[in-house]
Design a protein around this ligand. Structure first.
Ligand code: NAG
Ligand code: NAG
Ligand code: NAG
Ligand code: NAG
Ligand code: NAG
Ligand code: NAG
Ligand code: NAG
Length: 502
């Protein structure tokens, strides 16, 4: 009898502690911007996460491209530390080097600490391809795995269900992710806390809305902020490449892409409402953090570019970020500078799980009403040249291995080039809002923007007038691109402090 009592007491204590640990649901969209009003279609997200939690106004990613950014989200590390540089296997996108070190992702640390972990949707772009182990391979860290094979698509895809590939042709991927997620929530018993990461394809190319959302934004056109189709000779080579400005005949295509992106997001917005509904019905909502964000931003027409990401401008590096959960002030706005590498350390801290290798900082939710704390953030991008993506009808075929994504439909304006390789510092404080970039190209191109007075990045600040600032940023950048770990990456010039920590 006494033994039974002990057992009940013991199990009770364990369960009790376990249920006190919070659950996490992360929704990671693909290419959703914040600059072009990308959150406008998200009425449920704004109501159910924003009004019930905190909305960040200065949220950035370490790289404006899917795979490197996703690798940063998963590891809490800058690109120069996780080494995923582009979307191909050779560039670390689910290549061997990545897979050897994949155990360091935050989900694996949570799983080892007793969490149930669920993933559904796009993972890293090359996941599931034959050369990367095929769809039978389930990445470490996930106890329930529904990973999309390859890059975002909306129909006709292969999903690895715990290592068993299944090909679906008619089903809409966002709805498949929604159904799996709701079912998973309903299946969770009270015994273990859980992490869910849901990665829908929207609003990535080909921007396919669910049939029920087609034409909802039929009459909308792309937002035309002051940097729309503007030619700036003080910007780097790729933007100056012809045709600049884009011909008027391209504009209806830009409007179409803008509309369809918004329409494709509506299924994500419904998914979020359904997931929160399922959490509520199963009495889990109060102990669950819900994080909504995107892997990178997007541009349509800014500075006479067509549509893509891969640029250092706000359209491409700034992303939505909304969080609700226990202890977070409802309906609040937070202006602190945050990065996608902060999410992993934030989640681990809330779950009380230790880590020591991450470059990001746990978000301090208490600081929302304080002055904006000074922060220097690093953005890294490796420009691509890809022979196969330069159409032979475009005049650049002779140099196609140094250029990428040049098609007649884009008026042959290329979207990327090898010398579109850059490092930037994003410097934010209470009265400071700067961006400084250095390009690896034949001109040694540099760009400096004062976003406080120039939010559309129209004027590359004169080097003479800003010489001292440029020298300082250049020095700081050199340290940042070599930084390792949170203390060093958030204070790389404080050599004394770094020495003390070692
Ligand atoms: C549960 O909490 C009690 C009291 O705080 C502690 O002694 C015990 O070790 C915890 N158990 C687990 C499994 O964390
Ligand atoms: C991706 O990165 C790898 C490693 O740096 C490089 O070899 C490859 O050429 C890059 N891919 C493209 C398309 O530029
Ligand atoms: C939930 O449980 C049911 C019944 O066991 C099962 O068929 C379903 O696959 C589970 N859902 C998930 C997402 O695992
Ligand atoms: C779009 O505009 C047309 C013509 O002004 C109007 O008849 C139609 O109702 C509008 N559609 C939507 C979805 O707003
Ligand atoms: C940015 O402006 C400075 C000063 O005019 C100039 O030296 C620099 O080359 C400019 N960058 C580009 C890409 O033109
Ligand atoms: C949220 O705050 C805004 C002002 O910041 C206010 O207008 C709105 O009514 C609030 N909404 C809720 C649901 O509290
Ligand atoms: C960038 O690369 C392209 C393609 O090779 C080349 O035509 C152009 O001159 C280069 N520009 C700079 C500034 O390096």
């Amino acid at each position: 009898m006494l033994n039974y009592l002990f057992l009940i007491f013991y199990v009770g204590t364990v369960l009790c502690n376990a249920t006190q640990r919070p659950n996490f649901v992360v929704i990671l969209t693909d290419d959703q911007d914040s600059f072009m009003d990308g959150m406008t279609p998200m009425k449920n997200v704004n109501r159910l996460i924003g009004n019930e939690g905190v909305t960040f106004t200065n949220s950035y990613v370490t790289s404006p491209i899917c795979c490197p950014s996703r690798a940063s989200f998963l590891t809490g590390m800058y690109v120069h530390n996780h080494l995923t540089q582009n979307n191909s296997l050779a560039g670390g996108c689910y290549g061997q080097l990545w897979r050897q070190k994949e155990h360091r992702i935050f989900a694996n640390l949570l799983k080892n600490a007793g969490y149930e972990t669920f993933y559904a949707g796009k993972y890293m772009n090359q996941y599931g391809v034959k050369a990367a182990g095929g769809p039978e391979l389930v990445p470490p860290g996930w106890s329930e795995w529904h990973g999309l094979v390859g890059n975002s698509v909306y129909y006709d895809f292969t999903m690895s269900n715990n290592g068993v590939p299944s090909h679906l042709t008619e089903q809409y991927l966002t709805d498949v992710i929604r159904d799996l997620s709701v079912s998973y929530i309903e299946n969770q018993t009270e015994s273990a806390p859980f992490l869910m990461v849901l990665a829908p394809p929207a609003p990535h190319q080909p921007f396919t809305p669910a049939p029920r959302h087609r034409d909802v934004y039929k009459n909308h056109t792309v937002v035309r902020y002051p940097n729309f189709n503007v030619v700036k000779m003080d910007k780097h080579w790729l933007l100056r490449m012809p045709p600049a400005p884009l011909p008027d005949t391209m504009l209806p295509e830009l409007d179409r892409v803008f509309r369809m992106r918004w329409e494709s997001l509506l299924a994500v917005d419904e998914m979020v409402a359904d997931i929160i509904g399922a959490l509520e019905e199963t009495s889990k909502l109060d102990n669950t953090y819900i994080i909504f964000t995107s892997d990178n931003g997007y541009h349509i027409g800014q500075f006479a570019q067509v549509y893509d990401k891969r640029q250092p401008y706000e359209s491409d590096i700034k992303v939505p970020l909304l969080i609700r959960g226990p202890g977070i002030t409802r309906n609040s706005t937070n202006h602190q500078a945050v990065l996608n590498i902060d999410l992993a350390p934030t989640i681990l801290k809330l779950a009380d799980v230790k880590q020591s290798h991450m470059d990001g900082l746990p978000i301090d939710f208490e600081r929302e009403n304080d002055v904006v704390e000074e922060r220097y953030m690093l953005i890294e991008y490796y420009g691509e040249g890809r022979d196969g993506s330069v159409d032979s009808k475009c005049p650049w075929k002779y140099d196609s291995n140094n250029l990428a994504e040049c098609y007649p439909e884009y008026a042959c304006k290329c979207q990327d080039s090898r010398n579109n390789t850059f490092i930037c510092l994003r410097h934010i404080a209470e009265h400071i809002n700067y961006k400084y970039c250095e390009f690896i190209d034949s001109e040694g191109c540099k760009e400096l923007y004062d976003l406080r007075n120039d939010p559309y990045e129209l004027t590359n600040k004169s080097m003479e007038e800003f010489q001292a600032i440029i020298a300082w940023y250049s020095h700081y950048l050199k340290k940042m691109i070599k930084c390792v770990g949170a203390a060093n990456c958030n204070n790389p010039l404080d050599e004394f402090r770094v020495l003390r920590l070692m």
